[in-house]
Ligand binder design. Structure first.
Ligand code: PEP
Length: 496
């Protein structure tokens, strides 16, 4: 509050307004006129700033006698309690009991206690009525009081004119804490917290929990992000799978085994069984020509597709004993097996003949189950890949990509057909993957991914699950095990 010695003082200038003979004129102190002029008014303005003490406008005026006790309070070498309330009419009165207790304690200990306020007399009287306050009230500038303490009311403890403690009205020292003279109590001493200690305290109480909360929040957000990413990945994978999902198929090849009545009975049995319990894959039965029309009549072809085991390499005409693709189609069949090893071996069906058959089948709206596969000698010479590739190139790679979409490939190692020997799931997967890569080279990845590649060769209910679990094995072409409904269904159920 004090102005240090030698500090720059503010400069003021006074102007005097004087009148003579009805004329008014302004004069400064330096040219102040003679007594013939009459004084009208004066104005003093600051023309140069001077030193302003950091604390100004601080004055404590006792309410009852108007006495300025500022110096008395500030120069007291003992303790003084100051209850601060800029406006008593807005003050929280819920803790008046604790305030009154401190006042009583102050009286017992002969410690001055004042309530500093900018309130009116009426507001003070009202406060006294509500709280039973008996402490003296003093007037102090409102802004100064608000600067001193934010709580309304708040309590300050001064010692030797220095603030040593400040309390909000919510956090006042309790009666049982005030059980000795202030000098002996910790609240009567200046807090000893060092600056680093205070910083640490703030860190511990505020920053640290905030940090923990922030980390927890970020971790929560991160796990949610991961979860969402995982979910979107799953959806993406599912969509991708669906997009490229090729049909899973179990097809039966009855060969030359059942007469008409037996064939129709088997078809009926299968139809009933698979209608009652829908399969998880496409099911096809390929029968001798003479069964086709009758079997077509008993099948629900939404569940079981029908196919022939062969068709002619000629469109129509004088080819005694032959059955054309168009004839097959006219029975209600939708598929035809071509290139089976037995036809290649026993009926000398060359790649060229098969090429013609494939073209005619597709031309007549039949889907082709095209068989490829190596002999035992070829496998032993490790030529299986070359053989399969050559068979594809020889009879179906002349097709356009659009035509090729109506071709199902059946990889049937000849050494496994009807022999009871099965290729292991890994052996089969290896060559299926190779076949798919050859198709990809020819028609592109998308067509290859959409091509169904079946495995054939002593496939039965016991080995089907392992074979079908391989990513490039899309089902089976079944010979012997397709002749009994239960056996065939056992293989179909591998997709469940
Ligand atoms: C077949 O001839 O197509 C075939 C795979 O036969 P099997 O299941 O009897 O080996």
């Amino acid at each position: 509050m004090e102005i240090p010695q030698g500090a720059k003082k503010p400069k003021f200038e006074t102007t005097f307004l004087m009148r003579k003979n009805g004329v008014e004129k302004a004069f400064s102190l330096a040219d102040y006129p003679d007594s013939t002029w009459t004084f009208v008014d004066s104005k003093t303005v600051q023309i140069e700033a001077g030193y302003v003490p950091p604390i100004h406008d601080f004055a404590i005026e006792r309410m009852n006698d108007g006495q300025d006790i500022t110096n008395e309070v500030l120069s007291d070498s003992g303790y003084t309690f100051l209850l601060i309330s800029p406006h008593l009419e807005q003050a929280d009165d819920s803790n008046f009991g604790a305030i009154d207790q401190i006042f009583e304690y102050a009286q017992e200990e002969h410690i001055p206690f004042y309530c500093l306020t900018a309130s009116t007399k009426e507001a003070i009287t009202k406060w006294e009525d509500i709280t039973g306050a008996e402490y003296p009230f003093c007037t102090t500038d409102e802004t100064t009081l608000k600067t001193m303490i934010r709580s309304n009311p708040g309590l300050m403890l001064l010692k030797n004119g220095e603030i040593i403690r400040k309390w909000s009205h919510n956090d006042l020292p309790k009666g049982d804490e005030l059980n000795a003279p202030l000098q002996q109590l910790s609240i009567g001493k200046m807090p000893t917290d060092s600056v680093p200690g205070k910083i640490l305290k703030i860190l511990l109480w505020f920053v640290l929990p905030l940090l923990v909360l922030t980390v927890a929040d970020r971790m929560w957000a991160w796990t949610r992000w991961l979860k969402r990413k995982e979910e979107s990945n799953k959806i993406y994978q599912r969509l991708k799978r669906r997009k490229t999902m090729r049909k899973k198929i179990v097809a039966g090849n009855w060969k030359m085994n059942l007469n008409l009545q037996e064939g129709v009975a088997l078809a009926k049995e299968l139809n009933t069984s698979l209608t009652a319990e829908k399969p998880n894959c496409g099911v096809i039965i390929c029968t001798p020509f003479i069964h086709l029309a009758s079997v077509a009549g008993v099948l629900n072809q939404d569940i079981i597709g029908l196919g022939a085991e062969n068709c002619a390499d000629k469109e129509k005409g004088a080819f005694t004993g032959e059955v054309s693709a168009e004839m097959v189609k006219s029975t209600g069949a939708q598929y035809v097996i071509l290139g089976h090893s037995e036809r290649r071996q026993y009926y000398n069906e060359t790649p060229e003949i098969l090429k013609e058959k494939v073209l005619l089948a597709l031309k007549n709206g039949l889907k082709v189950i095209f068989c490829i596969g190596e002999t035992l000698e070829e496998r032993e010479a490790n030529k299986q890949n070359d053989v399969c590739k050559a068979e594809l190139e020889g009879s179906v790679f002349n097709l356009s990509a659009e035509e090729f979409k109506n071709v199902i490939i059946a990889y049937e190692p000849i050494w496994a057909i009807g022999t009871g020997k099965t290729a292991t799931a890994d052996q089969a997967e290896e060559i299926h993957a190779f076949v798919r890569s050859v198709i990809a080279d020819k028609y592109g990845k998308e067509v290859a991914e959409d091509t169904t590649i079946l495995y054939g060769g002593s496939c039965k209910a016991s080995n089907a699950p392992e074979l079908f679990s391989k990513p490039d094995i899309d089902g089976g072409l079944i010979g012997g095990a397709s002749l009994k409904a239960a056996d065939f269904k056992g293989i179909i159920d591998a997709w469940k």
